[in-house]
Design a protein around this ligand. Structure first.
Ligand SMILES: [Zn+2]
Length: 345
């Protein structure tokens, strides 16, 4: 019997820094940055989109080894099955099952293939921790119920006014040259999705399994990157000293083999982790008010101010483990020095 595969699942809403955290964690010894594995079947296998290493997924030698153990001819059907099981309208039933103590996403014949995927990834990479940045809470609940998986949940939260602004940016799915754009929901929809996914993440894991749950605000992460990543590494069970930091806020990145995710996952070399506060100036007054009103219950829970320019109190993020991190009312992003507009997914 093989030991269980430890999966660090990045949960929450999009545009909250998950690509940055995944890429940085992938530099630690014993960690494999798998990216958004829920998209492996469609964007990876069917559409053959680029791996983090730059090659089309089906040409990547590492994924070639893993794929040999999987029924890749059934990829489109597996992708369709996942979409059906993870639909938004299934959320109330999912939460009812969770409250009753039964598995939130009912078992399905494809579950054996999904369990094989995580086991094959761990075996071929030799990783002790597989980072899955799929974010969608229902998929995390599905993975957590698979046989042979030990799930730890890292909940990344970012100011919803910043994420709503980021969602509106026009960006290619795999970089600026890609004609297929990342989704651009209107700010009202982005706000509601933020509230739903962050609330569901808390219900699924923070309330029920606090020992396997760590919440980190993106603002705290970027205010003190090295210390925050050390805390995340320790939570994942990885040597916190083994990171890629060359300074408190600078990392040296080598290519990963992550699937899907923000185009910034292809960045390599020295990368400073810096604040991006463009939304503070460029998010319209009307959008700010709309997002603030729609996300009000979450603003209070996660420690974000109502009014623009009011810093959040220190430690308002109420991290679930390890105590409060640095103060942060700032909304920040990540970019190379000298460039603007880089945001994380
Ligand atoms: Zn690759």
């Amino acid at each position: 019997m093989n030991p269980p595969v430890r999966v660090l699942y990045l949960a929450g809403s999009g545009r909250s820094g998950s690509t940055l955290v995944t890429t940085v964690l992938g530099q630690y010894d014993g960690v494999f940055a798998a990216g958004e594995l829920r998209y492996l079947w469609q964007r990876g296998e069917v559409e053959n989109r680029p791996c983090g290493c730059g090659r089309p997924l089906r040409d990547c030698p590492l994924w070639g080894e893993v794929r040999r153990e999987l029924p890749t001819d059934r990829a489109a059907a597996i992708a369709a099955g996942l979409r059906g099981r993870l639909r938004m309208r299934g959320l109330p039933a999912l939460l009812r099952r969770h409250r009753r103590g039964v598995r939130p996403v009912p078992a399905h014949p494809d579950d054996a293939v999904l369990a094989d995927l995580y086991a094959a990834v761990a075996r071929h990479t030799g990783a002790r921790v597989v980072v899955d940045s799929s974010k969608l809470p229902p998929y995390g609940a599905l993975v957590g119920a698979l046989p042979g998986i030990e799930l730890r949940v890292l909940h990344l939260v970012r100011d919803p006014r910043a994420t709503a602004f980021s969602w509106r940016r026009r960006r290619g799915l795999d970089g600026d040259a890609d004609p297929e754009l990342m989704s651009r929901p209107p700010v009202g929809k982005a706000a509601l999705l933020w509230l739903v996914w962050n609330t569901v993440t808390v219900r699924l894991w923070a309330d029920r399994a606090p020992a396997g749950y760590l919440r980190v605000r993106y603002e705290d992460l970027t205010a003190d990157p090295e210390a925050t990543l050390r805390r995340i590494a320790a939570f994942a069970g990885v040597d916190p000293d083994g990171g890629p930091f060359t300074g408190p806020a600078t990392v040296r990145l080598t290519p990963t083999h992550s699937v899907a995710g923000n185009p910034s996952r292809h960045r390599t070399g020295p990368v400073p982790i810096t604040a991006d506060v463009q939304w503070r100036h460029d998010l319209s007054r009307r959008s700010y008010a709309l997002v603030t009103a729609l996300t009000a219950p979450g603003l209070r829970r996660f420690g974000y101010p109502w009014r623009r320019g009011v810093p959040a109190p220190a430690g308002a993020g109420r991290t679930a483990r390890g105590g409060p991190a640095a103060a942060g009312g700032r909304s920040v992003g990540v970019g190379r020095a000298g460039s603007t507009g880089h945001e994380e997914g």
